[in-house]
Design a protein around this ligand. Sequence first.
Ligand SMILES: CC(C)(COP(=O)(O)OP(=O)(O)OC[C@H]1O[C@@H](n2cnc3c(N)ncnc32)[C@H](O)[C@@H]1OP(=O)(O)O)[C@@H](O)C(=O)NCCC(=O)NCCS
Length: 140
Amino acid sequence: MSVSIRPFQPADTAAAVALWQTCGLTRPWNDPYQDIRRKMQVQPELFLVAVDGDTLIGTAMAGYDGHRGWLYYLASEPSRRGEGIGRRLVAAAEDALLEMGCPKVQLMVRPENGVAQGFYEALGYEPFEVWATGKRLIAD
Ligand SMILES: CC(C)(COP(=O)(O)OP(=O)(O)OC[C@H]1O[C@@H](n2cnc3c(N)ncnc32)[C@H](O)[C@@H]1OP(=O)(O)O)[C@@H](O)C(=O)NCCC(=O)NCCS
């Protein structure tokens, strides 16, 4: 496997969005192109992609808010699952967060996503009970 992990570049946009759509990560209320434009403004170096040659095969979007690190948009190409791409993306994001002094990383998984739950368990992530809530500040 000649997979490498590097920061996202604008030229990766179409492939990243296509991967998210294939992986079921997009939602009607979230414009993925807008998400990418916003990420380019805030800690763009924490938006990582996995590539095999010129082909994008994975993504992970991380952020550090000064208290916790967060992971979003973790995806690996369906035909390349089980090769360790997801694990490498998360490890690279963890390394980048740690480099910034981030003490803890966490993420939200939709309850019906058993694959992601199994994946994160395998990586040593521990579930915790929260009542998650949110408020939209900008209607896209
Ligand atoms: C979650 C996802 C990124 C995993 O990617 P992947 O490249 O297949 O993961 P890896 O090959 O690095 O697997 C890492 C570990 O997780 C485990 N794992 C992967 N999928 C699993 C599953 N469905 N159930 C249990 N464990 C799983 C593997 O066994 C592996 O453990 P090992 O290294 O000890 O063998 C991929 O399934 C995906 O893109 N899913 C759709 C998008 C998604 O749900 N993203 C998460 C949103 S919160």
